[in-house]
Design a protein around this ligand. Structure first.
Ligand SMILES: Cc1ncc(COP(=O)(O)O)c(CNC2(C(=O)O)CC2)c1O
Length: 337
């Protein structure tokens, strides 16, 4: 189908693993009525700890190469996984990377701008530029100057928005993930009726929605907001889902009720963990040794836990927790533990 015809790079090991989480399942559903599995996008690539952005960037780097670009320009917070992934895929592709790292999180824990993701970008030789601009999931000004700088030095820049989300190709990676899950289900002999995923700039969530609607098997996708700005995030998810659907199949309609964003777990602000996030990180780590982070996956894990405990995810469900990565930032948040 159309998706297979769109050029993409190969940055992944292959399909990312799906694993049962037996001890977390036991803890949350002692009667065994709900089975919890994880789709390990955090283990999807050898490029600098992989993650959801590497999955998306397979399409954007192919586009950059097709345009003859030699430098990827993007933006994120100081501990952005996205800018680390942009630096990784650029480096692995023999390209340059310029990343704008902004003050998206109003905190200054010890070594916050020296460890974790930003350290990895520096080790890979990225051109890392810090500024004091605040958080927003939209397009940011400072990338324009970086773009012009690259041109001034004779480079050919390719602009990638925050999270590689608000971009024509941003939703393709996670649309493809649903096809990959469907293949893996055949081997596993299970159907995941519910996918739970963290949502911030929205194209991971949006791609899963497009894949689920297109396959028409009633698979439910629940986004857990970690942006702290759920209204803007939900609108961006819907917009990306609809533009991705149109790109793949103009007749594919994304109904409003396919865009589900649970706003209860962002703990009031992007990038700062609260009690439910810290408890969720501990539970996943102390059951199946699955490590989640305080900015993203800790919040979607808190969502998964609550949805099962309150019965929103019903008995008989096979739930797939889509783990998008994020662990490198843990070292910048060590003071929270
Ligand atoms: C580990 C991890 N998990 C979930 C998400 C949310 O994904 P979306 O941006 O596609 O909604 C990110 C994003 N991170 C951003 C970043 O700059 O790292 C784009 C915000 C993530 O890194």
């Amino acid at each position: 189908q159309k998706l297979a015809s769109i050029p993409k790079e190969t940055f992944l090991f292959g399909s990312s693993p799906i694993q049962l989480l037996p001890r977390l399942s036991e803890k949350l559903s002692p009667d065994g009525k709900v089975k919890i599995y994880a789709k390990r996008e955090d283990c999807n690539s050898g490029l600098a700890y992989g993650g959801n952005k590497v999955r998306k960037l397979e399409y954007l780097v192919a586009d950059a190469k097709a345009q003859g670009c030699d430098t990827l320009v993007s933006v994120g917070g100081v501990q952005s996984n996205h800018t680390r992934a942009v630096t990784a895929v650029a480096t692995a592709s023999g390209m340059q990377a310029v990343t704008i790292q902004e003050k998206w999180v109003p905190i200054d824990p010890p070594l916050y701008d020296k460890t974790g993701n930003i350290l990895l970008s520096r080790i890979m030789g990225g051109d890392v530029r810090l500024n004091q601009e605040g958080f927003d999931i939209g397009h940011k000004e400072a990338t324009n100057k970086a773009f012009e700088d690259v041109k001034a030095r004779g480079g050919k820049p390719y602009y990638i928005p925050a999270g590689a989300s608000d971009h024509p190709l941003g939703g393709l990676g996670f649309t493809n993930v649903v096809l990959e899950i469907a293949e893996q289900e055949k081997t596993l002999g299970v159907f995941f009726d519910t996918l739970v995923v963290c949502s911030v700039t929205g194209s991971s969530h949006a791609g899963l929605i497009v894949g689920a609607v297109a396959e028409g098997r009633g698979r439910k996708v629940i986004g857990i907001d970690a942006s702290g700005k759920p209204e803007a995030a939900k609108a961006q998810v819907a917009r990306i889902a609809r533009s991705t659907a149109t790109l793949l199949d103009p007749s594919l309609e994304i109904p409003d009720d396919a865009v589900v964003l649970d706003e209860r777990f962002h703990e009031g602000i992007y990038g700062i963990p609260g009690p439910s996030t810290m408890a969720a990180i501990a539970l996943a780590a102390q059951t199946d040794a699955m490590i989640t982070d305080p900015v993203y996956e800790g919040k979607s894990m808190a969502g998964l836990i609550k949805l099962v405990e309150e019965g929103s995810i019903k008995a008989g469900s096979n739930v797939l927790y889509v783990h998008l990565g994020g662990q490198p930032a843990l070292n910048a948040y060590s003071s929270y533990f």
